[in-house]
Design a protein around this ligand. Structure first.
Ligand code: PLP
Length: 487
């Protein structure tokens, strides 16, 4: 029997048997872990998950990760491993790469990165290898760094450490790995960042172009974690070409919208970027992991991700990537992706109609960024009050945020997870109503010195319980993994 959960289709009895048996085996060794796994399912079933970077993978994807591929070392590339006996790893890595190339129309795919951060590290080092190291070796008449004289190696090391990257600023929605100090990317590159227009909150391409002309980066990075709009990658490529930069796009957040053909033409990064990176677990709805797609001239360098910055690949996760990418190639995934974007518009409209302020005034991707300063709250207070009421979001800086990156003035709200459960426009409008009800009933607490706390707050009596009940009513209609019964 097939159970509907939007685009997930599975045999509920088989999935129940699989998990019940697995939990029995686990409980025989460490019952507390089995208990935590059961509890996690219950908690996820009972929460209104609006974290823009989270989703629910299919049972097939989840089950593919729990097997003996986990035990196998397979450093190297398909067919060229540093370990014996990798024929089955070759099979699944090849499948993951083939599905990725077909799904995204990419000429090359590398499925080994363990996460989005790792995919970005692979991309940075591949760009440095292709753009700086290879010409440096050629100039010194060497084929490998080990063949360089100490003086030539010193010169090359200096050049490798003196490159520039230009990416979107954190408060405009960029990611830590796009050149920010707490991340290695901000230490390996001289970094500069572009923001958004102070009036509209939108990316100003002329401004990016002017900055690129002046800064002359080796890498121009596009992509985001919290920008609620599409990016014109054809224009970004034009800018990169004009200044001789490599265009790297991190589509970690919106890969599902690219896969589902919501973002096409100028808004599809893959044909325009030299190197595209992604996670596989956000809107793409696969296992936790990363992926690098690139144009042919970067392929050799990208394939050296291991041993450059990666150790042995997680073969069980590469197998699950292959399954998830196969799912994303089905027509049902395009329907899902379109619903993710439509639901975000409904959510944005529902919030705006109820008098709230959204960064950029709306959305055309899978997320909205709600500026909670009009409620007199910090993002931290809003996030906590919503959580008390059973609504899971995360606080996020808004452009030029006066409260900084810790307390923030925003809450990021995404539609991928609840769309996977089957939520549609009516449910997302109700979600908007619940969010506004909770925030309207929340006030910052007073500090001992008579000011307003940035962390503490009071939520009016009864609002949390009332909202939790309303959320439960919504969630009951769209069960998570319907038919999976572990009682
Ligand atoms: N890139 C972007 C744009 C992200 O939003 C994230 C995660 O939030 C990452 C990279 C890092 O992904 P991971 O947590 O898998 O390392």
């Amino acid at each position: 029997m097939s159970q509907p959960m939007n685009t997930h289709r599975y045999d509920a009895a088989a999935v129940t048997t699989a998990y019940a048996s697995a939990l029995e085996v686990i409980a025989a060794v460490e019952p507390d872990v089995a208990g935590a796994i059961r509890q996690e399912l219950t908690d996820q079933r009972e929460s209104l998950k609006l974290i823009a970077s989270e989703n629910y993978a299919s049972p097939a994807v989840l089950l593919t990760m729990g097997n003996w591929f986990s035990d196998k070392y397979a450093e190297g590339t398909i067919g060229h491993r540093f370990y014996a006996g990798c024929q089955n790893v070759d099979t699944v890595e090849q499948l993951a790469a083939d599905h990725a190339r077909a799904l995204f129309g990419a000429s090359h795919a590398y499925a080994q990165p363990h996460s989005g951060i790792d995919a970005n590290l692979v991309a940075f080092w591949a760009i440095l290898a292709q753009r700086v190291e290879a010409p440096g070796l050629a100039a010194a008449g060497a084929r490998h760094v080990n063949d360089l004289s100490e003086a030539d190696w010193e010169k090359l090391r200096h050049e490798l450490g003196n490159q520039r990257a230009l990416g979107m600023s954190l408060d405009a929605g960029g990611h830590l790995t796009h050149g920010f100090r707490p991340n290695i990317s901000g230490k390996m590159f001289h970094q500069s960042s572009y923001g958004t227009d102070p009036e509209t909150g939108l990316l100003d391409y002329d401004h990016v172009r002017a900055q690129a002309r002046e800064f002359k980066p080796l890498v121009l990075i596009a992509g985001y974690s919290a920008y609620p709009r599409r990016i014109n990658f054809a224009t970004m490529r034009e800018i990169a070409d004009e200044v001789g930069a490599t265009l790297m796009v991190d589509m970690a957040h919106f890969a599902g919208l690219v896969a589902g053909k919501v973002f096409t033409g100028d808004f599809d990064p893959v044909p325009h970027a030299h190197v595209t990176t992604t996670t596989t677990h956000k809107s793409l709805r696969g296992p936790r992991g990363g992926l690098v797609l690139c144009q042919p001239e970067y392929a050799d360098a990208v394939d050296r991700g291991c041993p450059m910055v990666l150790g042995g690949p997680l073969s069980h996760v590469m197998a699950a990537k292959a399954v998830a990418l196969a799912e994303a190639r089905q027509p049902a995934f395009a329907t899902y992706a379109a619903a993710v974007a439509d639901n975000a518009v409904t959510l944005a409209d529902g919030l705006l109609r109820r008098g709230t302020k959204l960064v950029t005034g709306g959305t055309d991707n899978h997320l909205v960024l709600l500026d909670v300063s009009s409620f007199g709250l910090t993002g931290r207070q809003a996030e906590s009050a919503l959580l008390d009421a059973g609504i899971v979001t995360n606080r996020n800086a808004v452009p030029r945020d006066p409260n900084g990156a810790w307390y923030t003035s925003g809450v990021r709200i995404g539609t991928p997870a609840l769309t996977s459960r089957g939520f549609g426009p009516a449910e997302f409008d109700r979600v908007a109503e619940l969010i506004v009800d909770v925030l309207s009933a929340t006030t910052p607490s007073a500090t001992a010195s008579g000011g307003l706390s940035q962390a503490k707050y009071e939520l009016a009596d009864g609002v949390a319980a009332k909202t939790q009940a309303a959320a439960a009513e919504l969630l009951e209609k769209f069960p998570l993994y319907p038919g999976l019964d572990l009682s």
